[in-house]
Design a protein. Structure first.
Length: 294
């Protein structure tokens, strides 16, 4: 049984088509990154998975049934971009209050430990920093021991150290065979913390695979070297090169054939090439290529 199954799902807001015949399935036990530019339909898709809005067409199934049924059983936890905490309660009181709403919650101390909140347990919610408040929202999302955890931009407002601790917590939670779906604008997070990456744009899936598969599918490499003030005319005409950029005496060539480009640099130009590096496409390169407007 898939944890998430969307079949021909669509959703419009007036004349704006936010989700356009979306089809995707997420196997149980996977950690999946959902990527897309602003307006791609990520948040709308997530809200339909959680039963917060109904699709205009198609079918949404969560853990074999309707989103509403899965949520009612306590099998789904969510950490969304918005949501106020009860400021008068301490972190411990707030987490304990929420966990008691579920039939089979995680233990209070376990939740605090996994969310890295043990040392903040006695602090009032209205005295937390933005990153600390995000960790509390994560604690509330896992309080009911959900089989499916859905996160929408979970590390917003977190500093680098907090983000690293947060993803360590996610990996620990997912290691028990649970399913995690997260949307993020931090592409390095998707690259480092997902089993699978789904890219959507204009409400449709445009790429689906591991981060390595999606990067390999783009094909482009970067050839970078130091020029030292030499003339640079013609670099964009070298074999395989689709774009050339010069910045502070460093040339960056984007190429589909790095071998041919490097050979032409050495054999077809009089340039003195120094500090040559060939860099494979990263997930950001792939993302930009996949989501570029036609």
């Amino acid at each position: 049984m898939d944890a998430i199954a969307l079949t021909d799902v669509s959703k419009s807001y007036g004349n704006v088509l936010a989700v356009d015949g979306l089809n995707l399935a997420v196997e149980a036990g996977r950690t999946v990154a959902l990527l897309g530019p602003n307006g791609a339909g990520k948040s709308t898709s997530i809200n339909m998975m959680l039963g917060l809005i109904r699709p205009g067409g198609g079918r949404v199934e969560i853990l074999g049934g309707s989103p509403e049924a899965a949520v009612a059983r306590g099998e789904v936890g969510a950490m969304l971009q918005s949501g106020e905490l009860i400021g008068e309660l301490t972190v411990r009181e707030l987490v304990d209050f929420v966990r008691r709403l579920y039939p089979e919650p995680l233990g209070l101390d376990e939740i605090l430990r996994v969310a890295d909140l043990t040392e903040l347990a006695r602090r009032r919610a209205d005295k937390l920093s933005g990153g600390q408040a995000q960790r509390v929202r994560f604690a509330l999302a896992i309080a009911g021991a959900p089989k499916l955890l859905v996160l929408d931009e979970p590390t917003a407002a977190m500093d680098v150290e907090s983000r690293l601790r947060f993803w360590k917590s996610i990996r620990e939670y997912a290691a028990e065979g649970r399913t995690v779906l997260f949307a993020t604008h931090y592409l390095e997070e998707a690259d480092e913390n997902s089993d699978r990456v789904i890219v959507i744009t204009r409400g449709r899936v445009v790429a689906d695979g591991t981060a390595a598969q999606i990067k390999a599918g783009i094909g482009d490499h970067v050839v970078r070297f130091t020029l030292g003030g030499q003339p640079v005319a013609g670099l964009d005409g070298l074999p395989g090169v689709s774009a050339a950029e010069i910045s502070q005496d460093v040339a960056t060539l984007r190429t589909a054939d790095p071998d041919a480009t490097v050979a032409a640099l050495y054999r077809g130009t009089s340039l003195e090439i120094r500090d040559l590096r060939i860099i494979g496409a990263d997930l950001e390169d792939a993302f930009l290529a996949l989501t570029r407007e036609p």
